[in-house]
Design a binder for this molecule. Structure first.
Ligand code: FRU
Length: 450
């Protein structure tokens, strides 16, 4: 111990002497640089008002127009937010040759906008990754937490257990609760259940069984992440978020995380300098009143040790206070040692005097927990065509850079732009990433998983 201490002192002294000699001769301080360690302390990144502007549609970021005669994957179901079963590393998993996806679903017999209040997670399987067969609910209805279940993610571990992470929205497992009078009252909690997935050879199908008790694993702390009560007290114009968990294993450290959509905690949100932009921008662009109520963030929590349910809440990865209220379905893909953090957002969730499209947005950094910069300068990665601006939504970038989404509302140009409701898989897109830029590079069949 003593020996080590003496050694450390010796090197520090020698290092210091060397540095001063180099300094005296005005030479590069190589010795100094060697002794500095990389600072891996997490630091919140910001999507600023200055960055979140000048959104221009181009061939690089605009998805092709949806054919108004699109096919429905399931005739009697609305289908929207969709995600694949992956390995912990984010690769598309195969169970006895089948690929599997999970999606939010609701009966088509209820209204399009009511689907959120009846949302339940169903699973689908397919050998070719294009023609999906519906397997049914991903859990026993009576076991699920929340009045409805919102988006999530799913992984299969080496011991063949599926871990499904989802959002329990509202209270009560029973689905016969009265419809929430007030959308803003919807409490959101992050839940996990695990189960087995097996092939039924005779029926050529995949069956789920042996579910663990659904467990609430994350709730907002009120400091980093806004609670329902804080949001109600603020009279926030759009429902708060604590939802859309996404599993992520860092290939650099092997640590496991849950990334999620949140809002910044605290009782008195303020738009700070770092949320706005540089001095000149701040001088010329006063922040309008009420912008502080749009305080979306991207949260992160670390799974402790070997556990898939025991988490430690960490400071957010990205803060968009004063910029946007909703950074939905955030997820991370690692390419060329860089972390690409994606999220989806709507035009209507931008703070006053900012305008952006419904789209997929992305940020890049060489560290997991700091220094994220928007891709393409403002963050926009995929948007809909200008005259069909809400045709698709809920893009999810997979490890191989294919992008899932669903058909939302298509304008029928031959028919007074009447809305054709979607509620089914959109054509999968391909993107490419080059450092801090992105580009749409191709289109695959409806709901295709490669
Ligand atoms: C995105 C989203 C998710 C949420 C779900 C509710 O489309 O708003 O954030 O989990 O839809 O239906």
């Amino acid at each position: 111990m003593k020996k080590q201490l003496l050694k450390a002192i010796k090197y520090t002294v020698i290092g210091g002497m060397l540095a001063s000699i180099l300094f005296a001769f005005n030479l590069p301080q190589v010795a100094e640089a060697k002794t500095t360690t990389v600072n891996e302390e997490p630091k919140v990144s910001y999507w600023t008002r200055q960055q979140a502007q000048n959104f221009k549609l181009s061939s690089k970021n605009t998805s092709p127009e949806i054919d108004k005669y699109f096919p429905l994957a399931v005739n009697n179901l609305w289908i929207w937010d969709t995600w694949p079963l992956t390995t912990e590393e984010g690769k598309i998993a195969k169970v006895n040759g089948y690929k599997v996806i999970f999606a939010l679903t609701a009966p088509r017999s209820i209204g399009w906008n009511d689907r959120h209040f009846e949302a339940a997670i169903r699973y689908f399987y397919s050998k070719d990754g294009v023609s999906w067969k519906m397997g049914g609910l991903a859990y026993k209805n009576e076991d699920a937490l929340g009045q409805m279940q919102w988006a999530g993610s799913s992984i299969i571990t080496k011991d063949n257990k599926v871990h499904l992470y989802y959002t329990a929205t509202g209270r009560s497992g029973a689905k016969n609760d009265p419809r929430p009078e007030n959308y803003y009252n919807l409490e959101q909690r992050i839940v996990e259940t695990s189960f087995d997935i097996k092939e039924d050879k005779k029926k050529k199908s995949l069956k789920l069984s042996n579910w663990s008790k659904h467990k609430v694993i994350l709730q907002p702390d009120g400091k980093y992440y806004q609670t329902k009560e804080q949001s109600l007290a603020l009279n926030a114009p759009i429902v708060y978020s604590f939802r859309d968990p996404s599993f992520f294993k860092d290939p650099k450290t092997g640590k496991k995380y849950i990334i999620f959509e949140g809002n910044t905690g605290g009782d008195n949100p303020v738009v700070q300098k770092q949320n706005i932009g540089n001095w000149e921008y701040r001088k010329n662009n006063p922040v309008p009143e009420g912008a502080e109520k749009y305080n979306g963030n991207i949260g992160i929590a670390e799974l402790k040790g070997k556990s898939y349910t025991d988490l430690k809440l960490l400071p957010p990865l990205l803060d968009a206070t004063g910029v946007n209220q909703q950074l939905e379905r955030p997820h991370i893909v690692v390419k060329n040692s860089k972390y690409y953090l994606f999220t989806i957002s709507h035009a209507f969730t931008y703070a006053p005097r900012l305008q952006g499209p419904d789209g997929l947005y992305g940020f890049v950094s060489s560290s997991l927990q700091k220094n994220y910069k928007p891709l393409n300068k403002n963050g926009l990665v995929i948007a809909n065509p200008k005259d069909n601006d809400v045709q698709t939504y809920s893009w999810l970038v997979m490890d191989n850079l294919t992008v899932l989404s669903f058909i939302n509302e298509v304008k029928d140009h031959e028919n007074n732009d009447n809305t054709i409701l979607g509620g089914t898989f959109a054509p999968t897109l391909n993107i490419s990433l080059d450092k801090d830029t992105s580009k749409i590079t191709g289109v695959l069949p409806y709901g295709a998983i490669r």
